[in-house]
Design a protein around this ligand. Structure first.
Ligand code: HAM
Length: 430
């Protein structure tokens, strides 16, 4: 038998892990712009940033998201570290945020926090669904009244406005308190058992450990059957009902339209009362761009003093699919410095420092690796820079440099070296 061809295996170019895609510069620029729209809105609503680890102890997610959910049962990247401790790459941000807020005593008074970064779920990759994806999330702690729910939704509305995204549908539901959910659950399980023959395998498998998720079935036949199932809203306690009505009134006052969706249950167990999703109408199964709700029981469940909370998370990758590429193209260069000769290199380095001090946001590339004047001018052209700053040893001897307009047809200017920074600043601002 032939030995395995190890040389070939070694030489094969490495590939990324399935579902964990690289964002090349154009996509990265778009993701950054979307993250900035979210985080600017968070800051403008008085939320403070919290940076959380990508890894947490596995039991945190089992205890918060719920042991019977798809995320915990099927989608987590879980492994033992070198000490034999079970760790998990975070599949969402709320659990870690609550863990950190508790660990650092941040919940003694009202608290508004935001985070942004990569999250990991072992789902089947497809358009709008990745195994590493990006979220920007906001959480408010310590407010039990519906004004906090309304604030979170208004925050979302602000982000859509900043991004120029219109036509989204806000689906809204109330899951009630843990008590009302328990009562509804018992009635639902009994009803599902009575209709088991009419349900699909998936629904039958879930009806005992996670019956609420059956209501979320995507199978049209099952959906038809469950239309008659006991509805959660019939079991809502008076307080949850009043909370929900008051929230709807506030959304009306804010001019934010919503669609009541009594079948909306969400895939995480920590929610109580309000749940919502912002969806692209008729956008298929990956159409939810942002989702969230209230989770009054989670802080207590993780060992803290009972603290009401609400929040949301934006799916940055999904929003990027909607955004117009040209509106988020990577910013072009302002100046490409062409340098011919050693004296010129010294002078250009000095000028580059002055320019960067004067204009901190200037995008300036100094040619590296030498090359003829012609070759460097070709690079300057390819870089799509607004201006070329041209310095050769002859220019240095005469104490001048040339500034050339690369996009328009303004005349080339030869300027004394001391006047170059002001000349470039003027050219860029005109
Ligand atoms: P979630 O609904 O699981 O909620 O995720 C929020 C958003 O993240 C989704 O609406 C979607 O846009 C995006 N998303 C989720 N999974 C993927 C994926 N595999 N690929 C691409 N995008 C994805 C949460 O995570 C909750 N922590 C939200 C929250 C915060 N609730 C209260 N506070």
């Amino acid at each position: 038998m032939n030995a395995p061809n190890t040389a070939n295996a070694r030489d094969a170019a490495p590939q990324s892990v399935r579902g964990m895609t690289d964002a090349l510069p154009a996509e990265s620029a778009m993701l950054t712009a979307i993250e900035a729209a979210c985080t600017d809105a968070f800051r403008s609503f008085g939320y403070d940033e919290i940076r959380l680890p990508l890894l947490e102890k596995t039991e945190l997610f089992a205890r918060s998201i719920g042991g019977a959910t798809d995320i915990v049962q099927k989608e987590m990247y879980t492994f033992e570290d070198r000490n034999g401790e079970s760790l998990t790459l975070r599949p969402e941000g709320t659990a870690g945020c609550v863990r950190a807020a508790l660990e650092h005593g941040l919940l003694n008074s009202q608290r508004r926090l935001w985070y942004c970064g990569p999250f990991f779920r072992h789902e089947r990759p497809q358009k709008g669904r990745r195994r590493q994806f990006f979220q920007a999330g906001a959480e408010i702690f310590g407010v039990e009244t519906p004004d906090a729910d309304a604030e979170i939704i208004a925050l979302c509305d602000r982000v859509w406005r900043r991004l120029g995204i219109g036509g989204l549908q806000l689906r809204l539901n109330s899951l009630g308190t843990e008590q009302s959910r328990r009562e509804h659950r018992a009635a639902l399980v009994a009803w599902l058992e009575s209709r088991a023959d009419d349900l699909d395998d998936d629904a039958r498998a879930r009806m005992h450990d996670n019956p609420l998720r059956v209501l979320d079935s995507k199978n049209p036949d099952t959906r038809k059957v469950i239309e008659q199932a006991p509805r959660l809203d019939d079991y809502l306690d008076d307080e949850s009902r009043a909370h929900h009505e008051s929230l709807q009134q506030m959304l009306g006052d804010l001019g934010i339209a919503f669609t009541p969706d009594p079948l909306l249950v969400r895939g995480l167990d920590y929610y109580t009362k309000t749940v919502f999703e912002w969806v692209v109408p008729d956008g298929g199964s990956q159409s939810t761009l942002c989702a969230g709700g209230r989770y009054d029981g989670l802080v207590g469940r993780l060992g803290g003093r009972a603290t009401p909370a609400a929040g949301c998370a934006f799916g940055i990758d999904r929003i990027a699919l909607l955004a117009q590429p040209q509106t988020h193209a990577p910013a072009g260069l302002d100046v490409y410095a062409v340098v011919v000769g050693d004296d010129a290199r010294r002078e250009v380095n000095r000028l580059a420092g002055q320019l960067r001090n004067r204009m901190p946001h200037l995008r300036l590339v100094v040619n590296c690796g030498g090359g003829s004047f012609k070759a460097q001018m070709r690079r300057a052209g390819k870089s799509d820079s607004k201006l070329a700053l041209i310095v050769g040893d002859d220019e240095v001897r005469d104490g001048v440099a040339t500034v050339k307009d690369m996009r328009g047809d303004l005349p080339q200017q030869r300027k004394p070296l001391g006047e170059v920074p002001a000349c470039i600043e003027n050219r860029l601002s005109s």
